[in-house]
Design a protein around this ligand. Structure first.
Ligand SMILES: C[S@@+](CC[C@H](N)C(=O)[O-])C[C@H]1O[C@@H](n2cnc3c(N)ncnc32)[C@H](O)[C@@H]1O
Length: 374
């Protein structure tokens, strides 16, 4: 029923891996992200022009927005996670480099002061050496004193990055694991990262476009006008992989103290109770029903804010359950057509074998790009 193509050459592009080498894109490692190269390809496929407006309603670490900015295209990003919005904001901001350099000089001359680590969770305490943690708290308190929010946020992101480099914690799937190892002093790493970030900014020349990012819920984007956007380039959370706050809990504790767990309610697929079953004939697991209902609401919103004939490119992955693979790409394409989209093609970019207890094969799960038109 849908036109399906296999393009495994795009497999790496729908991951964050190529961004690890790209200045500014690599200011924060966001493992759920896609790459700048993917967005570049979509800007080409969707025939985006200079004064167009792009929306990424699940903007994550801002790959769509930053790439649009590089190419002089206007873009708006929305994300439910304060961490994602923060990272996107810092990466897409315009800076006064002189001010940053001056502040960096001042910061690294400050006299060390010890802050109490007692109040921190045992996970955060286990994730660093005592020296690293005390350095992180010291620099954080100093950065908090900076009045200019742009500069303050720039240094907080640099410090988050440095903290990650000296951390014993690593993200393994949806969980944080700890492995102690020798580390370099935090101040040294932090200095090196600030220097690199300044260097990255020196090299880029933007063509001048508007970039905005909002904390919000893709299912209810009331603040966006009907028929405003020329394209959507996005990747929603994957079914079964709703781990965004759990794996970033150390970052939240250290750098976003005011964050309330309540705001998580807006995460896609998080509430499997009282859901409408959009595919009763399939007898889907409750989590999949909740996910698809939430994605249906998001698709309706995307449809509403797009101009007529405008296109949407969405990267999705099939969900693996003990007894089956849920074909999210086909089900989402079906929902999109019920809403009024015309699904032009589904491009399979990755396929991985899913096993139960590492031996019993459940099936193959695809990662696909859905291209649709309003
Ligand atoms: C797969 S990631 C997007 C990654 C992004 N393409 C990038 O390159 O960084 C999905 C994002 O959706 C966000 N999210 C989850 N539920 C949401 C909702 N209801 N509204 C908006 N964003 C949501 C998550 O916080 C996460 O950042």
């Amino acid at each position: 029923m849908f036109k399906i193509e296999e393009r495994y050459d795009l497999g790496n592009l729908v991951t964050f891996i190529p961004n690890k080498r790209v200045p500014i894109h690599n200011w924060f490692y966001f493992k759920e992200g896609f790459s700048r190269d993917f967005v570049l390809l979509m800007l080409d496929w969707l025939k985006i022009k200079g004064d167009d407006w792009i929306l990424d309603p699940f903007c994550g670490s801002g790959t769509t927005l930053l790439t649009s900015k590089e190419f002089g295209v206007n873009a708006i990003g929305v994300d439910a996670s304060p961490l994602a919005v923060f990272v996107t904001q810092v990466k897409t901001e315009n800076y006064n480099l002189e001010k940053i350099r001056d502040y960096a000089k001042e910061l690294f001359l400050k006299k060390f002061k010890r802050y109490e680590i007692k109040g921190l969770s045992s996970l955060t305490k286990r994730a660093f050496s005592r020296y690293s943690l005390e350095d992180i708290l010291f620099f954080k308190e100093e950065i908090k004193k900076i009045e200019d929010p742009k500069i303050r946020n720039f240094f907080i992101l640099a410090l988050m990055n440095a903290a990650d480099k000296v951390s014993y914690a690593y993200k393994d799937g949806g969980v944080i694991k700890i492995c102690e190892k020798p580390t370099i002093p935090l101040k040294k790493v932090f200095k090196r990262i600030v220097k690199k970030m300044i260097h990255d900014l020196k090299k880029v020349i933007y063509k001048g476009s508007e970039i905005k990012v909002y904390i919000g819920d893709a299912r209810r984007m009331d603040f966006l006008q009907d028929g405003f956007f020329d394209a959507v380039i996005t990747s929603p959370p994957y079914l079964n992989k709703i781990e965004y706050t759990k794996v970033y809990s150390i970052e939240y504790e250290l750098f976003f103290e005011d964050f309330k767990i309540d705001s998580l309610r807006s995460y896609i697929g998080l509430n499997p109770k009282h859901v409408k079953d959009l595919f009763p004939e399939l007898n889907l697991p409750d989590i999949a029903k909740a996910y698809l209902q939430d994605m249906n609401d998001a698709l309706e919103e995307i449809y509403r804010v797009l101009k007529d004939n405008a296109k949407c490119s969405m990267v999705v992955a099939e969900g693996a359950f003990p007894d089956r693979i849920v074909p999210v790409d086909l089900l989402m394409a079906n929902l999109a057509e019920r809403i009024g989209f015309k699904v032009e093609r589904i491009i399979i970019a990755n396929e991985r074998v899913v096993t139960k207890e590492r031996t019993f094969k459940i099936g193959k799960a695809r990662e696909s790009i859905i291209i649709m038109k309003k």
